[in-house]
Design a protein around this ligand. Sequence first.
Ligand code: AMP
Ligand code: MG
Length: 348
Amino acid sequence: MLTKRSYIDGIHPEAELLKEGAEWLRSGELVAFPTETVYGLGANALDAQACEKIFRVKGRPQDNPLIVHVSSRAMANSLVGSWSPEAELCVEHFWPGPLTLVLPKTSIVPDIVTAGLANVAVRMPSHPVALALIEETGLPIAAPSANLSGKPSPTSGRHVWRDLKGKIHLILDAGACQVGLESTVLEVTGGVPTILRPGGISKEALEEILGEVRMNTPTESQVPKAPGMKYRHYAPQGEMIVMIGHQERVIQRMGQEIYKGHARLKRVGVLCTLESAPFLHNRLPDLLFVLGSRARADEVASNLYEGLHLCDERGMDIILAEGIEEGGLGTAIMNRLQKAAGHRIEYI
Ligand code: AMP
Ligand code: MG
């Protein structure tokens, strides 16, 4: 298949490109497009066969449900059976934006979209291209991240191209995504709202509006509420270790690992904060990627996947990542780092 990668204006998207994307989507094909979180691989959410293609192209397990993207409240209403007062508050305060709401589904949502669950995950993105494309299509769009399953999520057209060229017809490329981390998934079916996946909207921000909010921490025996959370995710090719603790000791430990890696002729990449970069620079890693300042979790979030992709592109065998403080966006960042590392974490 020939894949066309079209550059589209991220603020004032060109009408012809939106039309082209909408035509592919309406005819049951897949289109990759930017959102403020990560790039999405979109399909008509009401067409089970189109959605099946998403699973095939990504190599995504069928029990991992898809988030459905909408451009209006009316479109969301067609998918959701009933709205709790908490869900209404979320819509009012956080839509459009990086918050996905899990609510009872209507019968028009095909089973493949929800992996057979009675609830559907719905989000209204804020990216002008995403909103305009959904509107032009006139249909809700199911869209997981536009990468191969298990790999780091795509936050630029280049990342999408690397994973999906030859597999889909069209990539709309508007450059880097602003948030750079997936949406927060929040169950709001009644009772205490529960975060199924931390993401672009922090628990603290939700609590300001909703009062008590719970973080779902599934145990082994429990049936997972958000099935996708059990899979290895976001993982680069190299062997990755996250190091958390006192800054000087982390730098020291990374220095040792760089030295040991080089002794085994391995290429070692480092993902670190701005504050630690000068001290790691002279340990001569093969790649030094600055995630952002410790004081700016939003910066770290928006650069994280670019760092992981660069490590793959430059063939790093070992990747050392500096952890950052939990809380706010830091919680979502650490969630992704830990998964990317297959839970190899050193507390130093
Ligand atoms: P992704 O598309 O890779 O960003 O993943 C979407 C994630 O949202 C899934 O892995 C689930 O964790 C969650 N999700 C999607 N739909 C549902 C649903 N119906 N119920 C609960 N969680 C969901
Ligand atoms: Mg994904």
